[in-house]
Structure formats: C-alpha cells, structure tokens
Design a protein around this ligand. Structure first.
Ligand code: TRP
Length: 336
C-alpha cells in the first residue's frame, strides 16, 4: 500500500502572558487535533514577543509556562515538533534574507502594525514593522503547506505567500507557498464576557471580560455569573440580536462538543442565572485537568526542558535544509 505523505503544518503562539479560553478554543486545542493528520511543527514565538516591551523575567517564565500548557493540552512531542523559536537561529537568518525582498510600503500597510503602533506609540520599533517577515521565515523554513491562523493573522499569511512567490520567481523554486488552514470551530470567535461586541482579550482593562487557562474555579464561576446578557430572557443563538447569550452558548458548545441547537434545547425555558452558572461550571470542569497537568509538568522542569531541546534539534534539522538552499540560491559562497 502506498503511504500517503503528510503535509507539513506550522503554527506558533507568543509567550506574552496569560492565555485565555478564547486562545484555547480558537487555536491551541486544535493543535493537538491536527497532530495525527499532519506533520505539525509548533513554536513558542518569543522572537515575536519582544516586538513589544517585555519584562525579561516574565518572558522567560511565560515561555516555560506556554510550553507546559501546550503539553497539558495534549500536544504530543512524539508526534509533533514543539520548540522555542529563539532556539533555532535559522528564523532570524532567513528573515534577514526575506527582508531584502520585502518592501517597507507593504509592511507599513499591515493592519496589525498600524494598530500596534497606535497602541505602543512610545515604542514603534523596526521589529514591530518586521514582524510579518519573521512570521514568513517561521513558516517558509519548514516548507509548511498549511498554517492555521485566526482572522487577525490572515493578512500576515498573505504577505508570507507573496514573499514566497516573489523569492521563487526571482531565484527559482525554493519555498512551498502555504495555505491558511481553516480550523473547525474557527467561526467560534470567543467574545468578551463584559462586552460581547469585542473579542475576548487578556489585555482587556476589565478583567471580568476574559477567563484565562490558569484561573481558579471561584473566579471562573464569578466571571460567568457576571457575564453580560440582555434584558429579555430567551436563551437563543442569535449573535446579532443577542451577542452576550450567543457568546455563552458558543463557549458551552465549544467545551461540551454539543451542537448549538442541542445547547439551546438544553436551556430552553431556563433563566439566565442557571444558564450562566452551568456554563461557568462546564468551563471550570474542563480547565481543571489541564491546570493539574500543567502544574505537574512545571514541577518537572527537566522534562519540559528536554522536550524543548529535542524539539529545537528536530526543527533545526529541517530548517537548515531550507536555509542552505536559500543561501545557495541568493549566491552566498559556501566554502565547500
Ligand atoms: N503572530 C502570531 C500570533 O500572534 C504568532 C506566530 C508567529 C505565528 N509566527 C507564526 C502564527 C507563524 C502562525 C505562523 O498569533
């Protein structure tokens, strides 16, 4: 029987602090689901994180914590490559070469660059502008065919494709041109509990708007109890007319695996109080085993370190192949 060659898939998450249940539903938990079907390569994107100010000790801690969270969420280092971006120098090396075919015009037009420049007006640095080129290097180094990304990273993936095509046209076929991978439930955008017109974000100044993966049970229950709903009392999925209730139904659906229609049916005739308590309980129950596993892993730092070190070696072996090819194509003298 012919063995089907698996496509490669790359994604990364920045270690920039707490991870919300929105990040979990939208990205991280899907990473584990993809690992049987694809050659998955997942990174902790610390090089990206420093494009905004980070406290060094916190960055170090957050990197270890995110690695432990990946593992606690079921990413299996025997099936995927899991590593820390700064451990593989090829990311910086390839981004330098890609910089020479990227235009300041296209980078300064990126929506995220404009948003972040406005938000961090005191620190608009070259790294912030170059962020998408580094992201392109991440993806192209592994010849990834697929990249699961949310809506906010789609423009960066487009740029990655443009750079890959531009390089291939100028120097000959070198890079796989990646496609976005639409995740199951990617439509399930998790909104703030305090203001359901906004995406759930850990940088929300109102902590009642978000729930993090590390949050304790009482706090989770309290935040869901306070979640914004509306003035009628019908539990119905209708994001336009009932954004708060729909967000809670989406969260319930995401954590139980029940269809939205079944979720609606389950709460038909019930009051908002019972509904919100049930969603809170479900989330707290779902997070408990992940939190326990993460704590266990953090108590065994040697193991987590060994996973990231082996991941970096495996990533380097793949990255090196692409980087050598690129260096040859652009005309660097090899000395061999
Ligand atoms: N920029 C991505 C984010 O913040 C993280 C990231 C870095 C990434 N490199 C990547 C995502 C490559 C996909 C592919 O969400």
């Amino acid at each position: 029987m012919e063995e089907k060659v698996k496509s490669s898939l790359f994604s990364a998450v920045q270690p920039s602090g707490a991870v919300t249940i929105g990040n979990y539903i939208g990205a991280i938990r899907n990473f584990a689901r993809l690992q049987d079907e694809y050659n998955c390569i997942y990174a902790v994107a610390d090089l990206h994180a420093i494009t905004v100010k980070q406290e060094p000790a916190a960055l170090r801690r957050n990197t270890l914590e995110l690695m432990a969270l990946f593992l606690a969420c079921g990413i299996d280092p025997k099936k995927c490559i899991l590593f820390v971006q700064s451990h593989v120098s090829a990311h910086c090396e390839l981004s330098w070469v890609l910089n020479t075919i990227a235009y300041p015009g296209e980078l300064s037009r990126m929506t995220q660059f404009k948003d972040k420049s406005a938000k961090h007006a005191e620190n608009v640095n070259m790294g912030l502008m170059d962020y998408p080129v580094l992201m392109a290097a991440d993806i192209l180094l592994y010849q990834a065919a697929l990249v699961p990304v949310g809506a906010d990273q789609k423009q960066h993936l487009e740029l990655t494709r443009d750079l890959a095509i531009r390089f291939n046209n100028r120097f000959g076929q070198t890079f796989t041109v990646p496609e976005g991978y639409i995740l199951k439930d990617s439509g399930a955008r998790i909104m703030s509990l305090a203001d359901p017109s906004r995406k759930m974000s850990k940088s929300d100044e109102n902590p009642n708007g978000f729930v993090t993966m590390g949050e304790d049970r009482d706090s989770i229950l309290r935040k869901f109890k306070r979640a914004v709903t509306d003035s009628d009392s019908e539990i119905r999925y209708d994001p336009e007319a009932k954004p708060g209730v729909s967000n809670l139904l989406t969260i319930y659906h995401a954590f139980t695996g029940k269809s939205l229609a079944d979720c609606e049916r389950e709460f038909a005739g019930k009051g908002y109080g019972d509904f919100k308590a049930a969603v809170g309980e479900t989330v707290a129950d779902a997070l408990a085993p992940i939190q326990a596993e993460k704590a266990r892993l953090l108590a065994d730092k040697a193991y987590v370190n060994s996973v990231m070190n082996e991941g970096a070696s495996a990533a380097f072996r793949l990255a090196r192949k692409t980087l050598s090819k690129v260096y040859r194509k652009v005309g660097f003298y090899s000395g061999e």
